[in-house]
Design a protein around this ligand. Structure first.
Ligand code: AMP
Length: 213
């Protein structure tokens, strides 16, 4: 089974992707995380991706997405399905991504849309921090009491993603509305879309997805 999962910032798609990975023995292809790794490399591509993601807070060119996706897919065993987290995010990527899957003998089965209102996105992202040492996600008020608390798991320092500023979230939500919503409508018209309410508890969101799969 080959899936795509999309949704506005903070909708919980990463959490759902991990739960689906366990349930269906899938491989999690996290496009945003792969791009953040590329952005840390001291190469022309790394610098370009860093500028787009962290400074301009825009989408990277489609050709970069295809390249990242193909290099991730090359490492997945034939026996596992995949869940692509975060792409396609604009219409131009639809064929690119289906083409990349086809290259590895795969076909896209369903597209999951975890939906939350924009207001909720802004609230959730303002509380989203990470441990800069072990990478664990830390929610303010739940996992840490203030942004200067160390990580509970490893004691590492807490940080916020450079694109998770209020201005960054507003810009990314606008991109989601204008560029990604038409992609979701395309998949809806193809009867490939599974839409779930991301305001529910994670286990309820998962149950909603599983019921529709
Ligand atoms: P995410 O971790 O999914 O929030 O992605 C972080 C950032 O990576 C986004 O704000 C974009 O700049 C970039 N990005 C992730 N996925 C894509 C995509 N499919 N197309 C273009 N840019 C992307």
């Amino acid at each position: 089974m080959n899936l795509v999962i999309l949704g506005p910032q903070g909708c919980g798609k990463g959490t759902q992707a991990k739960l689906l990975v366990e349930k269906y023995n899938l491989r999690h292809v996290d496009v945003g995380a792969a791009l953040r790794n590329v952005s840390k490399s001291d190469t022309p591509l790394g610098q370009k991706v860093n500028e787009i993601i962290n400074v301009k807070k825009e989408l990277v060119p489609d050709a970069v997405i295809t390249e990242v996706l193909e290099s991730e897919l090359a490492n997945v065993s034939e026996a596992s399905g995949v869940i692509i987290d975060g792409a396609p995010r604009r219409a131009g990527q639809i064929d690119e991504i289906e083409g990349a899957l086809k290259k590895f003998g795969r076909k896209l089965d369903k597209v999951i849309f975890v939906n939350i209102p924009e207001k909720e996105s802004v609230i959730r992202i303002s509380k989203r921090y990470n441990c800069s040492q072990c990478g664990r996600q830390l929610i303010l008020g739940k996992d840490v009491n203030n942004p200067y608390d160390p990580c509970h798991d490893c004691g590492g320092p807490t940080e916020q993603r450079p694109d998770d500023t209020p201005e960054g979230v507003r810009k990314r939500l606008q991109i989601f509305r204008e560029e990604t919503m038409p992609v979701l409508e395309y998949y809806r018209s193809k009867k490939m879309l599974i839409e779930v309410d991301g305001l529910q508890k994670p286990e309820q969101v998962l149950a909603g997805i599983v019921a529709q799969l």
